[in-house]
Design a protein around this ligand. Structure first.
Ligand code: NAI
Length: 704
């Protein structure tokens, strides 16, 4: 690997490391799990906090031996240098789990949480047995108070389970605080991500002891992370945020991958489309590289985790929505393998094919869920003879992954798989080169030389869009260059939960894309985008149901004030406004609506609602009144429903409004724009999208 570590490490880190002198540590940390997360995270903590002693423990003596050797068990640019400087100063790797737990003030749990492969929730739920085992170990060993920090990615409420295990197994007099502190590092850039994180997230109990524990963990990060980047939340938000961040990242990849298929069929270029789309500051340019799909140990498992959560909560549309992200990923891999076979004249049987890259992405030797494994399996099934080259992945690892995936023994695999020590050797005499990982070195090879040694015609299938396709073709290398699709990563835009998107564009444009995909016979692409619309429809219906259920199961004959009819604030446009749909559901239930919008005319409202309900304006008159101002709309009503986020709605005199309403008085905030604490202090029952109503409200029905 040619990456220079001085590119990765800021100059001050070398200085920090050399200044470390460990006298009496101010704090002792034990980290259970010396993997991709535990190792690098603790290396950075130790390097940035000379006053803290950090011991990383693991049940695998082989892994610990690796960490104590010159060949670290994981590859990560910049990691070697840091570990070498501070190992055995204030950073230790050990198999003596008991001693390390005993001595520690704070314990990180960084064990793996794979998808369950047995029993209930197989293929979906996270397997928490390693986390549980770690919690039990802590409880059995500890004789002094500990802060236990859940760093592994876990389903919502896992901290509760850890707490229960600790409480029911603890030694007398020992107290625990359990925090959630999910890790957001990405393999391949772990050191950079740890040194300059977009945010550090800490979730804990909302008690005095809880906030003291949060402060202590925050103090550790404050050694190098600016305070404003350290975000504290309740435990559940913290746990869920990690799953959601990964789901959103994977969703972007699947989204652009669906477009790659459309591009291939229409002549558009996915790189050009991605560039044009990414320049929109609301979307941003990250995670828009079309490819053969995402891999790695996290995305798939965390989405399955979210799907499982949704299924357990009986939120089937949510589960279906996220399932599509995974389906597109699977489909993309298969589609790429099919593209190879089709272009090699319908058969790869007996043909030598060079596979460039086996890791799930560049700058890591990790192969978990790598798309390369799947592409190789499809080609092996077709009888190809693969010659695989990866700069960092060992041949043992490749054989192991492929034998697990194909169900063949290593001996059987030998007929189909050879490991090459360098790319020229892999490409020699081959019919095609297939790029599966975006290692930088693949762009720098001498393709004229490679071409001269290959079978003719020579093919390149660039599954990562990393090669210079013009050059490959222009060097009259007379080949067919085929490519898939000829957090700061997500950004903070368009993340407001609401009763759905409206306006004249989104829905129609997505339908447009769906229609295009259907005409091109790209059914999985059509299905994927249909889910986006379905979730929007479902969200509106769900909100209307929330209103009916909380108004004691019936709104028939009840006056309800609708605040806002435009599809968003500061416009009088009502096309596809969610308000129309919410009103229709409530009219169907027999409610009497009093609608107020600062800009939308009453004619427009009647027109939209009569179109939507199929009623004449006269019939609508029984159910709909237009108010000239919000106080009039709210007077004598049972509930206020906020459908548009107009600024003025936050500034109304809700004490006055409350005094004129029916009791109990309800507010359903579909845009999260009101001050809910204030409203509750007045006496309102407040319900909104994305938040469980507090228990002390008049009604104890929970939102959907
Ligand atoms: P990993 O598999 O590389 O490491 C886990 C380690 O824990 C293994 O070495 C295992 O031997 C050890 N272990 C398991 N039970 C133990 C016990 N009772 N006592 C001592 N050691 C024990 O896993 P990785 O990739 O580090 O992931 C850890 C967690 O962090 C997972 O929940 C993952 O989802 C999450 N995560 C992973 C990221 C990644 O890029 N790999 C990024 C962010 C979060």
């Amino acid at each position: 690997m040619s990456t220079s570590h001085s590119d990765i490490l800021p100059s001050h880190i070398t200085h920090d490391i050399s200044n470390i002198r460990l006298n009496k540590p101010q704090l002792r940390i034990c980290c259970i799990g010396a993997g991709y997360v535990g190792g690098p995270t603790c290396a950075i903590i130790a390097s940035k906090c000379p006053n803290i002693q950090v011991t990383v423990v693991d049940i695998s003596s082989e892994r610990i031996a690796g960490w104590n050797s010159d060949a670290l068990p994981i590859f990560e640019p910049g990691l070697d240098e840091i570990v070498r400087k501070i190992r055995n100063r204030n950073l230790f790797f050990s198999t003596d789990i008991e001693k390390s737990i005993q001595e520690a003030d704070l314990i990180f749990i960084s064990v793996h949480t794979p998808t369950k492969s047995y029993g209930f929730g197989t293929g979906r739920a996270a397997d928490l047995r390693y986390v549980e085992e770690a919690a039990r170990q802590i409880a059995h060993i500890s004789k002094t108070d500990k802060i236990v920090v859940e760093k592994s990615t876990v389903p919502v409420k896992a901290c509760e389970s850890i707490k229960t295990i600790l409480k029911t197994n603890k030694h007398r007099g020992v107290n625990y605080q359990v925090l959630s502190n999910p890790e957001f590092l990405a393999e391949g850039s772990a050191i950079h991500d740890l040194l300059a994180p977009d945010r550090v997230l800490i979730g804990g109990d909302e008690t005095v002891e809880g906030s003291l524990a949060i402060k202590k963990l925050s103090w550790i990060y404050e050694h190098w992370v600016p305070k404003e980047k350290i975000l504290t939340t309740n435990t559940w938000s913290s746990e869920l945020s990690k799953l959601v961040a990964n789901a959103f990242l994977a969703q972007r990849i699947s989204s652009i991958n669906t477009i790659s298929a459309v591009c291939e069929a229409t002549g558009a270029s996915v790189s050009e489309v991605a560039k044009a789309v990414g320049l929109d500051s609301r979307i941003g340019n990250k995670f828009l590289n079309a490819s053969i799909g995402f891999g790695g140990s996290c995305f798939q498992k965390d989405i399955y985790n979210l799907i499982y959560l949704a299924e357990s909560l009986k939120l089937e549309p949510v589960a279906q929505y996220w399932l599509q992200v995974i389906k597109i990923n699977d489909w993309q891999r298969e589609r790429f393998a099919q593209m190879i076979v089709q272009n090699l004249f319908g058969s790869v049987s007996g043909k030598k094919i060079a596979i460039f890259g086996f890791a799930f992405k560049k700058d890591t030797a990790d192969t978990r869920e790598s798309s390369s494994i799947y592409v190789c399996r499809y080609l092996i099934d077709e009888g190809a003879s693969l010659h695989i080259y990866d700069p960092k992945v060992s041949s043992d690892r490749i054989y192991l992954d492929l034998s697990e995936q194909t169900g063949s023994t290593e001996r059987d695999l030998n007929d189909h798989v050879q490991i090459a020590n360098e790319p020229y050797e892999a490409a020699k005499d081959s019919h095609a080169i297939v790029v599966c990982t975006e290692w930088d070195e693949f762009a720098k090879l001498d393709y004229e030389l490679i071409y001269s040694t290959m079978q003719k015609p020579s093919f390149i299938f660039d599954g990562r869009l990393v090669l210079d396709h013009d050059h490959l073709m222009s060097a009259s290398v007379s080949e067919v260059a085929k490519a898939v699709g000829l957090d700061s990563r997500i950004g903070n835009k368009f993340l407001n939960a609401s009763i759905g998107f409206g306006g004249s564009c989104f829905q129609k444009d997505i339908y447009n894309l769906i229609y295009l995909a259907e005409s091109l016979k790209l059914e999985p692409v059509a299905q994927y985008w249909l889910q986006v619309i379905k979730i929007n429809d479902w969200q509106r219906e769900r909100f209307a149901q929330m209103i009916v259920q909380n108004l004691f199961g019936s709104v028939s004959g009840k006056k309800i004030a609708i605040f806002g009819f435009a599809f968003k604030k500061d416009t009088a446009d009502t096309r596809e406004s969610s308000s129309i749909y919410v009103c229709r559901y409530l009219i169907d239930e027999g409610a009497s609506l009093h609608i107020y919008d600062p800009k939308v005319s009453s004619d427009r409202i009647y027109l939209d609602l009569s179109e939507q309900t199929g009623s004449t304006e006269r019939d609508l008159n029984d159910h709909v009144q237009i108010a000239n101002e919000p106080y009039e709309a709210a007077k004598d009503s049972h509930a206020i429903v906020v459908c548009t986020e107009w600024d003025e709605f936050a500034k109304l005199d809700y004490e006055l409004i409350y005094s004129t309403m029916q009791k109990p008085s309800f507010i359903f905030d579909g845009r999260l724009v009101l001050d809910h604490d204030h409203l509750m202090s007045i006496g309102f029952n407040v319900f909104c999208i994305g938040k469980k109503p507090p228990k002390n409200q008049f009604t104890n029905q929970s939102p959907l």
